[in-house]
Ligand binder design. Sequence first.
Ligand code: 5AD
Ligand code: SF4
Length: 478
Amino acid sequence: MRKKLFIKTFGCQMNVYDSARMADMLAPLGYDAVQSPDLADLVVLNTCHIREKAEERVFSELGTIRPLKAARAGKDPMVIAVAGCVAQAEGDLIIERAPFVDIVVGPQSYHRLPELIARARRIAAGAEGAANCGGRRQPGLGVLDVEFPPVPKFDSLPPPRATGVSAFLTVQEGCDKFCSFCVVPYTRGAEYSRPARDIVAEARHLVASGVREVTLLGQNVNAYHGEAPESAEGSWGLARLARGLAEIDGLRRIRYTTSHPGDMGADLIAAHGDVAQLMPFLHLPVQSGSDRVLAAMNRRHSAAGYLRIVEDLRRAQPAMALSSDFIVGYPGETDADFEATLQLVRTVGFAQSFTFKYSPRPGTPAAAAAQLPETVKDERLQELQALLREQQAAFNAAAVGKVVEVLVEKAGRKPGQLSGRTPQFQPVHFSAPPGRSDVGAGSIVGVRIDGAALNSLDGSPAESDVGATTRQPERANA
Ligand code: 5AD
Ligand code: SF4
């Protein structure tokens, strides 16, 4: 009998990837994904612990789901699983605050979901006592499993089912950097790189299912050092992996995220200059422009070091567009420190960015330090966001009048429109070329940019370039 699965994903792209893999894994067991938890047999909340607000959202979602489960009590109860980083970091708190949760499973253990679900269902049916469960046991709770497993989960997952032309592909997980504000090394565990052979095989499988762009994912993706396909060759870094993937016929675009400045090696920078499929866009978080704050954050790079990398990247690839994460209001951040961040932003000129107020996270070194007043954090956030918005608008405006190559992803917002992204990751909506039914998702089309807004571009097909589906992408906006 088919069953209904509702997965809600919080947080980063790695969680989006993990949620998709959970659905892939559960499909052969009869679970079809549904868009609402109302009638679901299994609800999975794939959670994020990076900031306090993200954690709060999980508990509020659980509050919404609780009555749905209560309404189904009886023969065929709803099973609720909390997965992801809150599960890993706050398993005990979940049990305390939400004892109706059946399964708590960390981000490295979700390949065990089928077994955990079967147990939870047996327990709910009274066929097995909670005390007989694996993992850590709690009275009244089905299964709690938040240990880091000895075997990487990837070996136990089925091949992914591709949906769409652009897919995520996790190549690396975990982090050994221990930035003093960040929970990731505690929730995702130590750095681990998948063997290159498995990644290439997964990419080939995705391309065979219609994918034209892969985004390689990792908490520290440019620290990638996976076993080479021929193990005698040692290991492959991210640059070598990108070159290997670029040989796959039909794979038109390669992106990767998230990178650390400390791992931005010369080989990776050079690859941006000569691997045509490697897109001229990089999300390279700097967090702060003050060396004092960077040192306190244990970032292991300086502001000048970051600027040197940006210069080198732009020398290798003049079209390079940069994106970053920023934290304002880190403990001890002075007005002068914040000004240094603004100065770095003015120097780089970012195409897009993500900004956050510092949020103390339990167990991290910075959480114990004296906190800045919320008003100071708010003011700095507003000022930084205003500057970054200005830069993003200017970056988009600079595309107006140019012809850019757009990878078509889907139908656009309005009838007769298509939408996709430029090499520099800007969303574009454009009118479909008349009489060209061959141009659709997966095509790469030359689009003349007619207008720019803060978050997207508008365009029309450029006569000479319509339907250029077999060419390698060029560097746009150079
Ligand atoms: N407070 C605020 N922002 C944080 N980030 C990570 N930890 C914290 C925290 N404790 C931000 C960083 C990181 C992004 C994913 O989230 O900017 O790059
Ligand atoms: Fe967190 Fe720093 Fe690792 Fe990024 S590099 S995941 S910010 S500890």
